[in-house]
Each structure stands twice: as structure tokens, then as C-alpha cells.
Design a protein around this ligand. Sequence first.
Ligand code: CTP
Length: 467
Amino acid sequence: MTTRLKPDRKAAALFAKIAEVAAEAGYEIYPVGGYVRDLMLGQPGNDIDFVVVGDAPALAKKLKSPLKAHALVTYSRFGTSLLQTRDFKLEFATARKESYSSDSRKPEVESADLRNDLSRRDFTINAMAMSIGTKDWGKVIDPFKGVKDLTRKILRTPLEPEQTFSDDPLRMMRAVRFAARFQFRIQKSCFEAIRKNVERLAIVSQERITEEFNKIMLSKKPSVGLKLLEDSGLMKRFLPEFSATKGVEQRKEYHHKDVFFHTLQVIDQLSEHTDKLPLRLAALFHDIAKPRTKRFDENSGWTFHGHEVVGERMTGAIMRRMKYGNEDIAYVKKLVRLHLRPMALVNEEVTDSALRRLLFLSGEDFDDLMLLCRADITSKNPNKVRRHLKNYEIVIEKARQVEERDRMRAFKSPVDGREIMELFGLAPGPKVGQIKKFIEEAILEGDIPNEHEAAMKLLLDNKNRFF
Ligand code: CTP
């Protein structure tokens, strides 16, 4: 059966123009890969990859002016060009197959026909092309039965999985990403090949691995991908600390799951409320130190004292290793360190000063912290869940009141270092920091309001303490 695709009006006009210019130049050209797949799923994007049977950079150059593109970038070594138009990002690649001569292991790139090019792609659902010639407009070229796999919801490689994964081992992570995003199954032999080849991930750069991992974390229900990463053995290769949470039991009266499954549930629950990657990462790392801090106590059973402190340290080390940016690392570390605080405020008689301290420490990330804490409730008992949620509501409301009075979230000392130095005739040094801390403490304790005048008075009244 021939499947015919109907791109929308804008894409159709674009394709017609491209086909016309290509025909004049004597080249064949086809949209391929993700665009064709997503068009079939009814959600085409604006990033379109084309395979050119011929010289792709030469054709892209000819297309620049007819498509009114404002940018053309060419990578001659790879035979590819990028064109940016008002509505689309277009990539043109020369049809190729990479063959390896047995003695050199150096890829020799040969020009090849469309079928060969498609066969060297990652999955059958990504190995389809679309005809845009006048004769066969909209026809799907599908030598590896991608259409069928799309309807059966199966991820399968066009060639033997071992071959496809050995061409680019990152594809093992991509398999998980697509399975998670589309809720597809990974074909058994394909999954087996991943399990067998996980150590090949070592030749892939950490940046590429992290980019795929982020996409998995950003899927609608990240636990699907995270479970697959664990079951395939991939997780152990780049995030063994998370694999180590598997099988770590918790106190029965509080948790029914091990740390791994508890964490998956926290991430999924949080993901219903936010698409913010670093916040989702905070959920991933919040209990990462539980395996290391687990101790048995005669009276209370399993304990994890200090897991938020050790967790903060581990989070920093892992995220640096995974090449996350400094700002994200600082944010996630902070949330990991603070994730138990709001619960402590629920249990004790909440004082304004305790709330003020939490607002001070969490700063502008207070709302995110509370989202994480709410997602951290994974009890199976609905009454308990309701009670915990209610308690957090109370904390949030009280914090709001304190904040309204004190403006703690944007806390900045009302007296800065320069003023302190002028007031006491000090040179820069640790003394200035000590005095600043004294003001901070007084504000957090509620002894003085968060205001300049009150802080100056406090300093003058306590002058003798400092010298
Ligand atoms: N591809 C591949 N192997 C890779 C990366 C990409 O075979 N390691 C091929 C696939 O045919 C893929 C196309 O190149 O469809 C484009 O890659 P990419 O833009 O990374 O993925 P998309 O499939 O377009 O998916 P997304 O929606 O995430 O962009």
C-alpha cells in the first residue's frame, strides 16, 4: 500500500520550490528522518532534513536566494549545508554510506543512493523519506517498513542492531529516548544488542550523552526512559550512583518502595507540574546519597542521616562530571540540600524565624523547593498524602505572610560591606564579613526588621562587640 503524506501549505510551497531547483540542477532530493516521522504522526516540526543524491552544498547554494534564506552554513568535510529561512531550519546532506575498510578503521565516505543512506540511519521510523517530485508527490519511501513499525509502536533498527549501534553507540540512548517520548517498545533483539554493547558508550562524548539524557528527563513521564536506561545497563555506564539506589529499602512505615522507585515516582509527579530541567534533576538527585548514608538503628530501623548534605556533595561531583553548567549545578545542589527543611517545619511548632531562615536560604527558588517537596510525597495511603499536602499548604501560607512583612526572598543585607568599612574605618578583611553576618542573624531571628536604618542602629549600639 502506498502511503501519501500531506504537508501543510507552507511546507508544500517550500518543497515545490526545492524540487524545481533540484530538478534544474539534475539532483534528486528528499525530506527524510524526524520530519517525515512526525508528519506521519500529525505533528510536523520546522526542522527539516533533506537527503540529496548529488552535491548537497552546491544545491543549498542554489536554493539560498529562491528560498529567501538569510543564512547558509556549509560543512564541506561532511558534505552538508544548513539554510535558515523565515519559517524553517533546513539541513541538506549528500546521500552517503560509511564503509569501513578492515585494515584502517577510518571511514571512507562514498556517495550512495537513497536506500543506502536510509539503511545507515538509527531506527526504521527515522529511515523513511518522502518524494517531492511532481510525479510522486507525497509518496513515502519506506524500504525498512517504518510505517508499519510506527503503527505497531516498535523501535527497530534498519540493519542488524549490532551494526547500527556500532556505527554510533549514542543510538542506544536514542532508542530509550524515542521509546520514552512515543511510548514505543524496543524490539527484543534490539534491546538485547543494547545490553550487550553498553560498554561502547565509553567512546561517545559526555556532552552528547548528557544531551540525550536531558531529552529523556524532559519527556512527559521520565520514569519510562529511566527504567529502560536501568534495565538495559546504560544507566550504570554514566550514572552508576543512581543505579545504586535500586534495592535500597526504606523504613516501611514511611515508604513502600526502594529509593530507586520512590525517586521515579517523585520525578513523574513533579513533571506533571514543571518542564524545568534543573528542577527535574533536583528530583533525580534528592535521595542520591541514601545508599551511602544508610544505617540501622535499633529503635527507628533504617536511617539516612545527613543524606541531604552528602547528597549535595555527590550532586555537585556528578553534575560536573556530566558537564552541566555552573548555574544549574548550584541550583540543584541547593534544592538537594534543602529538600528536608520544609518537612521539619511541618513537624515542629513553626516559628517566624525558622520560616525566615528557609526563605533566606532558598531565596527566589522557594516555590521550586515546595514543588519538589510536594512531589516527594509518595505514600500509598491517600489520607496521609492529603495530610502532608495540607501541612505544606500551611507552611507556604505562613511563609507568604512572613515574606510579605520581611521581603526575605530577595534578601540583600540592608547595610553593605562598603558602608561597614566607612562606619568603622576598616580595611577589607574577615571582620567586615563577621559584622555583616551579625546583621543577617539579627534579621533572621526577628530582632530587627530588614531595613537600613534599623541595621545601622544595631551596629552602632553593638560597636563594642566587634573590637
Ligand atoms: N540520525 C541517526 N543517528 C543518529 C542521529 C540521527 O541515524 N545518531 C538520523 C535519523 O534518521 C534522524 C535524523 O538523523 O531522524 C535526524 O536526527 P535528529 O535531528 O537528531 O533526530 P530527529 O529524528 O529529527 O528527532 P528530533 O525530533 O529529536 O529532532
